[in-house]
Design a protein around this ligand. Structure first.
Ligand code: IMP
Ligand code: MG
Length: 182
């Protein structure tokens, strides 16, 4: 399968936008504690860059979870399995989930339902990228850095076949044949 990576959002633009979203979060949670949950592996780069930019006057704590949605290639199946659960209880806490991208919305729908059952005080979603054109379930996303078109994207934590997570910018994977992107 032949493809190339074409730059879409530069490192400077991404970092600037993360700074803006971190400012919104700092305003919204002023005077409160905040627990940020990273969805591995894709959300890792984003969570670090976001957390660093939140007002240091807010007590920010971190936890990690990993979920896999079974599927092949560039499509997700909607069956979400928890591979790594949280280390700490979220009961009574203000929680933000940091995700790399919301595509069909199935992964986050399933994660938010699970996390709500653990009785946090509040639960919001903060995503680096939002691809609303592919949504199949209703998802309420409070913080989204960028809306991206219906193209497969990589970099800044996002992978194609586990590769390109380390790119400091966001690029699209341009396939030679349209059929390779489902
Ligand atoms: P959803 O359940 O369809 O919303 O899929 C969410 C997960 O699929 C994301 O957390 C990513 O790990 C992966 N994913 C969806 N779209 C892309 C993409 O364009 N590039 C890389 N990963 C993606
Ligand atoms: Mg992900």
């Amino acid at each position: 399968m032949n493809y190339k990576i074409v730059p879409l959002i530069s490192e400077e633009e991404v970092n600037k936008r993360i700074g803006e979203i971190a400012q919104c979060i700092s305003r919204d949670y002023a005077g409160q504690d905040l627990h940020v949950i990273c969805v591995l592996k894709g959300g890792a780069f984003f969570m670090c860059e976001l957390a660093k930019r939140i007002d240091p006057g807010i007590n920010v704590t971190l936890d990690f979870m990993a979920a896999s949605s079974y599927g092949s290639g560039t499509d997700s199946s909607g069956i979400v399995k928890i591979i790594k659960d949280l280390d700490e209880s979220i009961e009574g806490r203000n929680v933000i989930i940091a995700e790399d991208i919301i595509d069909s919305g199935r992964t986050l729908k399933s994660l938010t339902e699970l996390l709500w059952s653990r009785k946090p005080d509040s639960l919001e979603v903060c995503t680096l990228l939002d691809k609303p054109s592919r949504r199949v379930v209703d998802m309420n996303v409070k913080y989204a850095c960028f809306t991206v078109p219906d193209q497969f994207v990589v970099g800044y934590g996002l992978d194609y076949d586990q590769k390109y997570r380390n790119l400091p910018y966001i690029g699209t994977v341009e396939f030679e044949r349209k059929e390779d992107f489902k």
